[in-house]
Design a protein. Sequence first.
Length: 209
Amino acid sequence: MRSSFFFDSIALAAPKEAIFRRLGYRKGTTKLQPHEQDEMDRVIEEALTLIHLRGAAVRLAIEEKTPSETVLANGEHLQSRSLGRMLRRSEEILLMGATAGQAVMEAIGDYSRQGRLNLGVILDATASETVDHALDWMAAFFNQELRRENKLLTRRRVSAGYGDFLLENQKWIFRVLELDRLDVRLTESCILVPEKSVTALAGIERVSP
């Protein structure tokens, strides 16, 4: 089984609480002056005008499983014990990928060249958290669909490079998701470009009646 999905535009509000946490602010502890809060809000809104969230997802059946290897229906052999533990009750996997696009990265670079590093850091944090939020949105979207099949995604998801799920797995993930259709490319060292692009893998489990 292979079912591919493409999301050419994902509209999300800024996950401000997550952005502030990434910037090191602590709720109830960090105090911002009114002008500082205004500047933060302005730069976050600027980031949202530059971010073009797009996504892709693919459902793949699992053919075989051992504690250290997961074999997918497309022939991929995934070597990872941590992945095997996550997928122990799964019949399929869901691959997801999302990108914030290139424009926000260019703006971050512009701020850096101008010496306005504090503003670039806010843009960077906004792009990072927003693209992660896009994966959350896609997971929620698929959970709605999966409930009709008495299935759900695993609460955990993993990304290439996490634990013993090696970064080189990004190669086949990139290919299967066809991320080039989202104007994303993969470097020889398995890094996604634009930088604010992410992939993740979750299991699909059958829900007991």
